[in-house]
Design a protein around this ligand. Sequence first.
Ligand code: FAD
Ligand code: SF4
Length: 562
Amino acid sequence: MRILVDLTKCQGYAQCAFLAPEVFTIQGDEALTYNPHPDSTQLTRIRRAAAACPVQAIRLDQLDGRDRSLHRDAAPSTAAPVEDSGGTFKKTGRIVIVGASMAGLRAAERLREEGFTGSLTLVGEEPHEPYDRPPLSKQVLAGSAPREDTSLPRHRDISATWRLGVAATGLDLAAKQLHLADGSRIGFDKVLIATGLRARPWPNAAEAALTGVLTLRTREDAATLRQHLARHPRRVLVIGAGFIGCEVASVCRELGLNVTVAEAGPAPLVAALGEVIGAAAGALQVEKGVDLRCGVRVLSLEGNATGQLRRAVLSDGTTLDVDVAVAALGAVRNVEWLADSGLACGVWGVACDAGCRAFDANGLVTDDVFVAGDIARAPQPMYGYQYLAVEHWGNAVSQAEVAAHNMVSPETERWPHLEVPKFWSVQFGTEIKSVGVPSVADEVAVVQGSVDTGRFLAVYGYKGRLVAAVAFNHNKWLDFYEPLIEQAAPFPPSFHHIDEPAHARPVPAGFKPAASPTQDATVVVTGHDPNERRARLTNGAADRTPSRSPTETSPLSKEPSP
Ligand SMILES: Cc1cc2nc3c(=O)[nH]c(=O)nc-3n(C[C@H](O)[C@H](O)[C@H](O)COP(=O)(O)OP(=O)(O)OC[C@H]3O[C@@H](n4cnc5c(N)ncnc54)[C@H](O)[C@@H]3O)c2cc1C
Ligand code: SF4
């Protein structure tokens, strides 16, 4: 049996832990962890827990006990695409989804829920059916769930053709064909791009090849790292204190391992939460025994004669004896396969409108190409129409649903994706949750609880307007702030709060200024006549990794708009 808890909704009420204690556990004050693949003897208890959950966050696989075989396309279609003719597309059209993960699967389910009865193909480079990534840096690393148990539950049968273990290599929009690495082609009427991200490798290839130098993005990565941790290394070095780096460090301490975190910035989570709240995350790490070194870079990694990592040289002048180094340097967007597609894609992702329709390189919106999940860069009307890439689970789900709806809806019935971004993280027994976009803020104020007790809520403001709220073990209040963010409520809030600290004054939030739009120019404009003027992606817009130094990208990255 497979289950999934929508942790963006969960408020830690613990009804589930009370009703099915062998499946759900509350860690620390309010962080829920659960077994994603519990024994079927637990079914009745889980059903009771799902019914009792006040926010209806628990989902059960609807395909349990039914055929869940993944049909391979025996003869990939190369036929000429069918023209969309109004309602007939919904009945007989052809949709291809590229990227078979959270966004891809959710879009497929939603298409069927919307009544799409045409042909649906999911193409995924990984050989697995879609799985959930958040447990990889939590339950799987800690050893409480094997990697196989992370397969995503299904809301419904999607009757799709699955092409797994084969990458898409090109998108021919004129011929409406997707090219695959095995040489086959698939014709489509509409396509959804959901190819997400991959881990940014350690930049020195020889050092990255040492045994013990690892990254974390896939199931295989998690299983390999788990194996290394289970061998009780002398010390683990985590390079980069973004969410994944911090969660890895947290599991290391849970397992009783020595761990050093080297972060080039002034505090952990600084790109996502700013320096002030990042310092609170840093205090947690130090309290739990992490050797946290901020403002420090790893200069080199050294191995022994057999190619096993042995040492790391740091910019603070020290050398560490380490057996494992986890490069948690953020992610690279999987856009290379789109290099010749004519779409607006690059290191920033694939640009699309608020209705998930991709832009071409000229900035013109396309009709039949949609984008969702970590790869998408879309304007956020709530944040001054800034283009943001939101690399979080909740966004992959909600954006996929909007994209799927729009793919089968007439122009006048399309939806904008206006979901307020949310994320959660569990580290060092603390649940960190957020609504809104903290990284656009200039000020922050702790308005409930206190940083000293490790239980607080901070609100973020930009030019006198509320833009985000972040809770450390105080997440029940976030639902209150979400509509205030949507309504652009004044910052600092003028009302009094429960559990208000004596000094709730705003202070500078401590974000680095966003890169200037010209810093990573990737487009040139050519032609003089209005008929001829075209934007052209410069060489490597899609295949070049960013020129920035290797620090973790912000989960709500603020790289320049295309
Ligand atoms: C370890 C880890 C922990 C996380 N924890 C949290 C958390 O606690 N909270 C939170 O909010 N978010 C978390 N996230 C983020 C969350 O998992 C992502 O936002 C989510 O997975 C995005 O889904 P996606 O479908 O857009 O992209 P992805 O999950 O990246 O999937 C993209 C898929 O496309 C495939 N693909 C790539 N290129 C091609 C190609 N050319 N052809 C075919 N297929 C291709 C890839 O192999 C991949 O399977 C975590 C992520 C990781 C890695
Ligand atoms: S909100 Fe629902 S899923 Fe979360 S702890 Fe409570 S009962 Fe469990």
